[in-house]
Design a protein around this ligand. Structure first.
Ligand SMILES: CC(C)(COP(=O)(O)OP(=O)(O)OC[C@H]1O[C@@H](n2cnc3c(N)ncnc32)[C@H](O)[C@@H]1OP(=O)(O)O)[C@@H](O)C(=O)NCCC(=O)NCCS
Length: 163
C-alpha cells in the first residue's frame, strides 16, 4: 500500500456496502486511511500480517486484501478484503485471493486459510468460493460487529486444495 492509494481507500471505505459488511470506521476520513497504512506496514515489519493493494493492468487501485496470521497457531491465517464499488463484479478479488493464498501456502508454509463474513454477505462468499474456498457452515455469534456479536459464515482453503 502506497500513499497514492489512500484516496481510493477512503472512497471504498465510505461505500455503504463496505460499511455494512465490514468494521471500517464510520465516518471514515484520510487520517483513518493513513492509520490503516501505518498498521499495515507495522504488521508486515512484525511478521503478523501481509496486507496488499490489488491493482488493475494500468496499476490503478482495485481493492485491498489482507492475510492475517493467527497469534495462536503458526499454520493458520485468515483473510479480509474489499474492492472499490466501481470495479466490483469483475473477478478481481478471487484472482488476487488465489495468488495470495498460493503464496501463503508455499512461501509461508500455512496449512489453512480461513474466510469469515457476516451471514448474508453473498458477494464476499461468492468471491471466496470462486477462489476455491470450501464453505464449512455458520459460526453462531462468530464475530464482533459494531458493538454486537453476529453469526458468521465460515469457509476455508487448505494447502492440499490448491495442489
Ligand atoms: C466482496 C467483494 C470484495 C467482492 O469483490 P469483487 O472483486 O467484486 O468479486 P467478484 O467480481 O468475484 O464478485 C463476487 C460477487 O459479487 C456480486 N457482484 C457482482 N457484481 C457486483 C457489483 N457490481 N456490485 C456488488 N456486487 C457484485 C456477485 O454476487 C458476484 O458473484 P458472481 O460472480 O457469482 O456473480 C466486494 O463486493 C466488496 O468489496 N464488498 C464490500 C466489502 C465486503 O463485503 N468485504 C468482505 C467482508 S467479509
Amino acid at each position: 500500500m502506497e500513499e497514492r492509494d489512500l484516496d481510493a481507500v477512503v472512497q471504498t471505505c465510505r461505500d455503504p456496502e463496505t460499511i455494512h459488511w465490514t468494521t471500517v470506521p464510520d465516518p471514515y476520513d484520510r487520517s483513518d486511511a493513513q492509520g490503516y497504512r501505518g498498521s499495515v506496514l507495522n504488521a508486515w515489519a512484525r511478521g503478523n500480517a501481509a496486507c496488499f493493494v490489488i491493482a488493475d493492468l494500468d496499476d490503478r487501485y482495485v481493492g485491498t486484501l489482507d492475510l492475517r496470521l493467527s497469534p495462536a497457531d503458526p499454520l493458520l491465517a485468515d483473510v479480509g478484503f474489499m474492492t472499490a464499488p466501481a470495479v466490483r463484479g469483475r473477478g478481481h478479488l478471487p484472482a488476487a485471493l488465489i495468488a495470495l493464498s498460493a503464496w501463503g501456502f508455499t512461501t509461508l508454509g500455512l496449512a489453512r486459510i480461513e474466510w469469515k463474513a457476516n451471514v448474508g454477505n453473498t458477494s464476499s462468499r461468492r468471491a471466496a468460493e470462486k477462489a476455491g474456498f470450501t464453505f464449512e457452515g455458520t459460526a453462531r455469534g462468530g464475530v464482533q460487529h459494531r458493538g454486537e456479536r453476529v453469526d458468521a459464515w465460515v469457509a476455508a482453503l487448505l494447502a492440499e486444495d490448491l495442489a
